[in-house]
Design a protein around this ligand. Structure first.
Ligand code: TYD
Length: 243
């Protein structure tokens, strides 16, 4: 078994309070997140790691109902939209993400809090810091160990999405340009927790880069824990600040 636990499925211990790892995919509509979530989780499962795949909005029964209201209902006032996304996240983190982390799983989510900061905070103009404070309360400060931003131009995103659009996807390219910049700004503020990749690259190449970065995060955690206590799981380090 290597330091990242690659051969046996064991993961190094996280530095926070729960043994699992929290990985998020973010990016504009049409960036290919869903494909990358599947490629990563297939590979982790092939290696024997315990993986929990989920998404926002959604991931719970209530979340799927909220998703339907948000994406396929009528007009939603911007503040109501922000609160509904926040409610989905509060429920999802409490019912799915934290239990998964507590059970030592690698929780991989298709979107998390950065989507709200980019879409509602920046795209809707509700303010990055206000939305950040709302979300911090909703998820009780739970931060991902790694966020992968799949960077896509509004034009490419629109072409990839095709003719059928949900309520957010139907927004103009200018809206998606602001959202895109929102993700890039978030990543630039905290490069240690982010990996930004060009979504125009071939999916297999993107998947290789994602896996390489995750292995590097785990290797660093294993190395750090080798200096102190050994991983509870004997392989994958446990992840960072969980709040
Ligand atoms: P997504 O599930 O990525 O859409 P798809 O069905 O195409 O896979 O996301 C649904 C939409 O919700 C997307 O346009 C982005 C938006 N969204 C927000 O505006 N705020 C949020 O907090 C989240 C999680 C998503």
């Amino acid at each position: 078994m290597d330091e990242t636990g690659g051969a046996s499925g064991a993961l190094p211990a996280r530095r926070g309070t729960a043994p699992g790892w929290f990985v998020c995919f973010e990016g504009g509509d049409g960036a290919g997140k869903t494909t990358q979530v599947r490629l990563l989780t297939d590979e982790l499962e092939r290696r024997g790691h315990p993986v929990l795949v989920t998404r926002e909005p959604g991931g719970t029964r209530l979340g799927e109902q909220i998703r339907d209201l948000l994406l396929h209902g009528g007009h939603v006032a911007p503040r109501a939209e922000a609160l509904l996304y926040a409610a989905d996240k509060a429920h999802h983190v409490d019912q799915v993400v934290r239990p998964g982390l507590a059970a030592g799983q690698v929780v991989v989510t298709d979107r998390y809090t950065d989507s709200s900061i980019a879409y509602q905070g920046m795209g809707r103009g509700l303010g990055r810091d206000e939305i950040r404070r709302l979300l911090h309360w909703a998820v009780r400060g739970l931060l991902p160990d790694l966020t992968i931003v799949l960077d896509v131009t509004p034009e490419t995103g629109r072409l990839r999405r095709g003719p059928v659009h949900d309520r957010l996807e139907a927004e103009a390219d200018e809206f998606h340009a602001v959202v895109r910049q929102g993700f890039l700004d978030l990543a630039a503020r905290d490069p240690a927790r982010y990996l930004v990749l060009d979504a125009a690259n071939p999916p297999e190449e993107i998947a290789r880069q994602v896996l390489g970065r995750l292995e590097a995060v785990w290797a660093a955690a294993a190395h750090a824990s080798a200096g102190g206590r050994r991983s509870r799981l004997g392989g994958i380090p446990t992840s960072g600040e969980r709040a």
